[in-house]
Design a protein around this ligand. Sequence first.
Ligand code: ADP
Ligand code: MG
Length: 264
Amino acid sequence: AQPAAGRRAARVFCVANQKGGVGKTTTAVNLAAGLAAQGQQVLLVDLDPQGNATMGSGIDKQNLANTLYQVLIGDVQIADAAVRSETGGYDVLPANRELSGAEIDLVQLEDRERQLRQAIAAVAPRYDFILIDCPPTLSLLTLNGLTAAHGVIIPMQCEYFALEGLSDLINTIKRVHANLNPDLRVIGLLRVMFDPRMTLQQQVSAQLESHFGDKVFAAIIPRNVRLAEAPSYGMPGVVFDPASKGAQAYVAFGAELIERVKKL
Ligand code: ADP
Ligand code: MG
């Protein structure tokens, strides 16, 4: 299938945060499924050698002819490496541990930060959204993601140290903006794993709103065990249990993003 005639090439967004375990992959997978459920053509790029987004989309990371690794080193095109997530309803550019070797291969290339951007250009007309699930490190892989993207979606937990990590990430985004990718901007901050019973979380959430204004998405993703269970069934939570609070929140987030993108 193709995006509707006249629509422009895909919006490319990184899901990034320099901390691990903050809900990046859960957000990338469920946003992909949530957008697909709303008729959008989506490609999910797994930029993390852990391959969690690949597995969470129901794709066996051990059994792949081609992965993002072969794309980054210039051996194949994205179209030859992408696989369909039958459970999620979107395409995946998969990854596994082999990707950690790309770091070394990339160093030798002249346009080492631009490999993903160049590869995406060839498939961008086919999609409405391309989402990139970033690893937690500021590596050459992450730089490839940030250089390929129009913007960054930052999932964060409303905890005391969350703000500290955020300034590191925003500095990184500024540097990439200045040196590699003038298109790059923060699309928004997404509150995830939210527990409204925790006073501290409410305080940090309010602080985020007063600090960052409408850069904070209205959708809030609650802490919800169904989202955590879904990957072991090889499904996005949005598909695994559509009635769950977590699934509904990610679908609402998808709708909000579709609206926000119209104003960019
Ligand atoms: P990251 O990609 O940033 O390392 P993950 O998305 O893998 O983070 O999430 C870390 C852990 O938290 C995983 O076990 C995941 O299932 C769980 N998790 C993420 N979001 C939620 C949520 N909203 N509610 C409950 N568990 C969640
Ligand atoms: Mg992850």
